[in-house]
Design a protein around this ligand. Sequence first.
Ligand code: DP6
Length: 377
Amino acid sequence: MAEERFIPKPYTNSVEKGSFTWASPSNIALVKYWGKKEHQIPENPSISFTLSDCKTITKLSFIKKDNNNGFSFDVFLDDEKKDDFKPKIETFFKRIEVYLPFLKNYHFKIETSNTFPHSSGIASSASGMSALALCLMSIEKELVTSDVTLSTSTALSAGTVERSFDEDYFIQKASFLARLGSGSACRSLEGDLIVWGKHKDIDGSSDLFGVKYPFEVHKKFKNYQDTILLVDKGEKQVSSTVGHNLMHGHPFAQERFKQAHSHLSSLINILKEGNLDNFIKIVESEALTLHAMMMTSMPYFILMKPNTLEIINKIWLFREKTGSKVCFTLDAGANVHVLYPENECEQVCEFIKNELVAYCQNGHYISDRIGFGAKLL
Ligand code: DP6
């Protein structure tokens, strides 16, 4: 099984205590992940833009404990103890324990904060789980360093520079672990375009972890902008776990999964040629299909709000009037991500301020852009 390569050999180093801090961004899917099998395996491949400024910063401190009986950790959000976060992290630790056998040997303090407001309706699971997975990998790196140096150097041909730790393995395993925390989190470690899920036209793509999009991308997509309009800052009406489960036995599920494969195939040429008209068609169709799946599941949900529709209609009108290439995408909620090329910044920002902000809760929105992944601080 491919997962087995993420089970480490017995650790050779011993570490008493320490701490690592990682900042990891959110991401926005262009082709959506909606529907999963057991063990966080996606039903279809997805592709996302990594964001730049919407990030979670997580400091993980660890100290050896004198027993190995179970997981021991405390979680803080903005310095406030958050016991209600613990069950999700406990589940995450259970899922990844076989891949990180040191988890029960330490007490952990997880201190986390987001650059976006917690109650903004922006999911922090992608940035949060990827930041935590990276912190855990930094610990593993300390525990295996000498071991991996040996195996890496024997595998390298003469003349290759010896690395102290295989960076590709580090990122790949961190993405693999992040996926087990939250599927979309495996797309947050690197940038600027990440594919997760096996796709026949994308060599190296995998259901187990995200990979960098390997093909040519037209310069029109450089520094692509994402303004997130906060239409509804409330708690999610439907958790993603419940949402994904609604795809089991969904009458249109199989067709939807096929569509995601073909959308991703089409995007390969679109991204290469910089064909923004066709980019818009795929991205907006994906957003509406995601919501269509929710509206046609049993039970059914409408996660868009009236203001979501107002914004979509305004974007369509603006495009018709001006020839702009601005478009929208949606998450599993009411907020709208407004996507546009950098050279349209001025006119689209004016349009957003004059015509769209009125539909945001308390006039709140977040200006972000495509980014390049997580950083060790
Ligand atoms: C609509 O990654 O939040 O944002 O694996 O259950 O944690 P879990 O789900 P999650 O689902 C995200 C779904 C989405 C689309 C996407 O990001 O691809």
